[in-house]
Design a protein around this ligand. Structure first.
Ligand code: KE4
Length: 432
């Protein structure tokens, strides 16, 4: 029986009159999965409720920030008490250094961090910083990795390997992408070729150390080590975009998990605890180029906003003091991923999966999924049917085959069992 979405549909109709596509971020429009985008009115722990009163186990967690779950008391209290003293001053506040100290403590290579208001701002600034530091123009990114919507990174791969990028969006002039190389992920040779073709001209290589934006795709054995070696040899900066993986895969993020130290780390999501925060950090030798100390300009009205600092600090302090969370998250996520995978197998549904800690994706393809080319072979239609059927059974997955799902510390074994049961139903419906 289809669950009621009348209120969401009504709200979406109104929003579509006022906001492009009715949404403030494209993926929320459910375009790749079909059905009515849901209007969420409340979250608590591992659950969210939509405008029609439907309750869901939430595997989006605001696309990663809510590792403690919705309305975590420590976070809510911190925001309320900060708000009582004012919401923004456009001046420095003690809270900024408090959060900076906590962030820097997680990343051995980092001596200074600059806070901004989104992951996009963080990566945009980090690219500018790398160019300022190296006085070089070219940058390297990888197909299937997403680093926010700054022009230089909205780039599709050129025709051959190590060819310059082509615009990935309307409004991005090709001149803007002529300095960006988009290479295949998990392909060391492609990067070697790029450095051979552009020796001492590449300012940085930016990578999601565990990719979330083509669905979850981990680095192959030795891949991150190779990125580190090749960038060091050519004196290009290695930027780990840990907007998604930072404080998600462990308190020290992917760089702690894989034992690789980048030159710059970009962050977002969890460091804001659900409020708008981004950040980029590195050694003082690099960071001291940032204005007002150095010539690389970057600014922001709400950078270091007191409420966002409070939410981020409460979240990171909790994670620092309860690191056992990561073991629990890993175990619970392993259970749900394996349970759904075996339900698919029993139902004769073609599926593979990738998981690193509490981020994971079920791909509707035989797999393995190791890069964009293999991810793109997934059957998005089948994923859409799965997504909608899971929604009917009270499970809210990311509305795209090419996104990672997230577990929070608030998820329970009961949520896992409900999810597996919902998947069994979904696969049975698919064969109905
Ligand atoms: P924001 O500007 O959305 O805060 O961050 C951009 C960004 C940068 N780097 C990585 C690795 C990211 O995953 C993101 C944003 N992630 C998407 C989800 N895949 C945000 C969700 C959305 O676009 O609505």
């Amino acid at each position: 029986m289809a669950h009621k979405t009348d209120q969401s549909r009504r709200l979406h109709k109104r929003a579509e009159e006022l906001i492009p596509g009715g949404v403030n971020s494209p993926v929320r429009a459910f375009r790749s999965v079909g059905g009515d985008p849901l209007y969420i009115v409340r979250g608590e722990g591992s659950h969210i409720w939509d405008a029609d009163g439907n309750k869901y186990v939430d595997y989006i967690g605001s696309w990663g920030p809510l590792i403690l779950g919705h309305t975590a008391p420590a976070v809510v209290e911190a925001v309320i008490s900060a708000a009582r003293n004012g919401t923004s001053f456009g001046a420095s506040t003690p809270a900024e250094a408090d959060l900076a100290e906590l962030v820097i403590s997680a990343f051995p290579h980092m001596q200074k961090v600059r806070f901004v208001s989104s992951g996009t701002e963080a990566t945009m600034s980090a690219i500018r910083l790398a160019r300022a530091y190296t006085k070089r123009k070219y940058i390297v990114k990888f197909e299937g990795c997403y680093h926010g919507h700054t022009d230089a990174l909205l780039v599709k791969a050129g025709s051959g390997v190590a060819t310059l990028g082509i615009p990935g969006s309307a409004g991005v002039p090709e001149e803007f992408t002529q300095l960006t190389l988009a290479l295949p992920f998990n392909d060391t040779e492609a990067l070697e070729q790029a450095f051979k073709k552009f020796p001492n001209q590449i300012a940085c290589v930016i990578v999601e150390p565990v990719v979330g934006n083509m669905g979850c795709v981990p680095p192959g054995r030795g891949y991150l080590e190779a990125l580190r070696t090749l960038t060091k040899q050519d004196k290009a900066l290695l930027i780990f975009d840990e907007v998604m993986t930072g404080f998600r895969l462990g308190f020290g993020g992917a760089q702690e998990l894989y034992g690789i130290q980048p030159d710059v780390t970009t962050m977002g999501k969890i460091i804001g605890g659900g409020l708008p925060v981004g950040g980029y950090g590195g050694a003082s030798e690099i960071m001291d180029l940032v204005a007002p100390l150095g010539p690389m300009y970057q600014a922001g009205t709400l950078s270091g906003n007191p409420l966002a600092m409070a939410a981020g600090y409460a979240t990171l302090r909790y994670l620092r003091d309860h690191k056992d969370i990561y073991g629990k998250l890993d175990k619970l996520a392993a259970g749900v991923v394996a349970g759904v995978a075996s339900a698919a197998k029993d139902a004769g549904v073609t599926m593979c999966h990738n998981r690193v800690g509490s981020m994971f994706t079920w791909f509707f393809t035989p797999g393995p999924v190791t890069d964009w080319t293999s991810a793109a072979k997934s059957d998005s239609e089948a994923f859409g049917r799965f997504f909608r059927a899971m929604l009917e059974n009270g499970v809210y997955l990311p509305p795209s085959q090419f996104e990672a799902a997230f577990m929070s510390a608030a998820h329970t074994e009961q949520d896992v069992q409900q999810t597996i049961a919902a998947a069994k139903q979904a696969f049975a419906m698919a064969h109905a």
